[in-house]
Ligand binder design. Sequence first.
Ligand code: DGP
Length: 114
Amino acid sequence: MSSCLFCEIAAGRIKAEIIHEDEGCLAFRDISPKAPSHILVIPRRHLDGLNDLVGPDSAAADGLLAAGVMAAHAEGLAPGGYRFVINCGQDGGQSVGHLHLHVLGGRPLAWPPG
Ligand code: DGP
């Protein structure tokens, strides 16, 4: 899947500011931040998106959430709070076809989202 942007970041061929990494996931700063802290968490192994989290691949969700929490701690967001977002498909606003969790924080976040 060499044409996938986030696979390229996971492989280190495209640079990103890494916040946290573990065996299964990588967390790095979003290139176009929507909040003072905006981190993306990806599974190293390619999955297109939320719709792939079925059957044996559903286990990837655990690692993704855990890595997101670790990234939030590393960023100092835990005391004030933060938000996880996963956009799915065209209507969900997904623009990169590799599963990713947004970790947003550093200011009060409005609800509902647009
Ligand atoms: P989404 O719209 O949910 O698919 O989010 C994709 C995010 O990816 C978006 O917030 C911008 C970010 N992004 C796109 N290209 C790059 C890149 O080359 N590097 C980094 N760090 N983030 C990127």
